[in-house]
Design a protein. Structure first.
Length: 325
């Protein structure tokens, strides 16, 4: 996934949310609507989240050092996980609390036209941010569906913005419904119900984000098609006869570690094997440029060795995909 595309979507979302937050708090000051207050806090939380993602992206570009020999690529995952915590606490729990308070102690809504006008403005701004995220995501997701894109993406920025903007747009419509029903019925409870629904929505989105970023933090392998490309690049059917077993791990969205035991000819000399390993590394990097760290261990292929170290993706009891016999 393009870092540039993620940054563009983040800047668009940050610009929209800052403008929306000011408008929402202004509307809250004139109307006293708890939905507007919850939505204002939501926009502040979203703005802080985008700042966190931008900071994480910047810090992840630091070069590897002695203390962190594999670099800082995973900082983007750490900051994305912080986003889910902020969204859960500052956005979701605050809105649930405000909704609960407003339902038990409803207040009359003053100057409702402020709230409606700001909500319409916010829907337009969030729509622009959402469209930017959609456009940038289309360049990266290929033919996969949106759910699969969010689940499989190794770069967190675009999925986070997509989920946040989706939650923001749904939340704005919920706030608009709550304010409208309050105006029509004269009962402030509807404003509280709208606020409560916004809080529950934000909590659900925060949990989804937390689960996805937790998986990235634990360490995810390359996508199946990337693993296939690496296997095909490793084997030249001459000096490298097959892949006995292989593991991949994302050190960051654009940095992949590859560790493999490869089959070589038993009669080859040490110099021949060294040349074969060097050539295999070149082929892998040419085929999969994000394969930055590659460790290859030569061995003579046997079915027993392949079964002992077979990939979890492989058929139980058999060698991994692409292995030679």
């Amino acid at each position: 996934m393009s870092t540039e595309g993620g940054t563009k979507a983040l800047v668009a979302a940050l610009s929209a949310n800052l403008a929306i937050a000011v408008a929402k708090f202004t509307a809250f000051a004139f109307t006293g609507s708890s939905s507007m207050l919850a939505e204002g806090v939501h926009s502040v939380a979203d703005s802080g989240n985008q700042v966190l993602l931008l900071v994480g992206g910047k810090r992840s570009t630091r070069k590897a050092d002695e203390e962190h020999p594999f670099g800082y690529g995973r900082e983007r995952y750490i900051y994305a996980f912080l986003v889910s915590i902020v969204l859960f606490t500052v956005g979701g729990l605050f809105a649930i609390y405000e909704g609960y308070e407003k339902i038990h102690d409803p207040h009359e809504l003053h100057g409702w036209y402020w709230a409606v006008g700001v909500l319409v403005f916010a829907i337009l701004m969030e729509g622009w941010s959402f469209w930017t995220a959609i456009s940038e995501s289309n360049k990266a997701k290929g033919d996969v569906g949106w759910v699969q894109f969010i689940r499989r993406a190794k770069a967190p920025e675009l999925p986070v913005v997509l989920l946040e903007d989706t939650g923001a747009l749904v939340g704005l419509f919920l706030a608009l419904i709550g304010v409208s029903l309050t105006v029509v019925t004269g009962d402030g409870v509807w404003d509280g119900i709208g606020t409560l629904c916004i809080g529950l929505l934000l909590v659900v989105i925060a949990v989804v984000l937390a689960l996805e970023t937790k998986s990235l933090l634990l360490g995810e392998s390359a996508a199946p098609e990337v693993i296939r490309q690496i296997r095909e690049a490793l084997v030249d059917h001459d000096a490298v006869t097959g892949v006995i077993h292989m593991r991949t791990l994302h050190l960051g969205p654009e940095e992949l570690l590859v560790a493999a035991k490869i089959g070589v000819n038993a009669e080859d000399s040490a110099a021949d094997v060294a040349r074969a390993i060097d050539a295999a590394e070149v082929r892998v990097r040419r085929s999969v440029p994000i394969a930055r760290v590659i460790y290859l261990e030569p061995d003579v292929y046997t079915a027993e060795k392949a079964a002992a170290g077979a990939d979890p993706r492989a058929t139980p009891g058999g060698p991994g995909p692409g292995s030679a016999h």
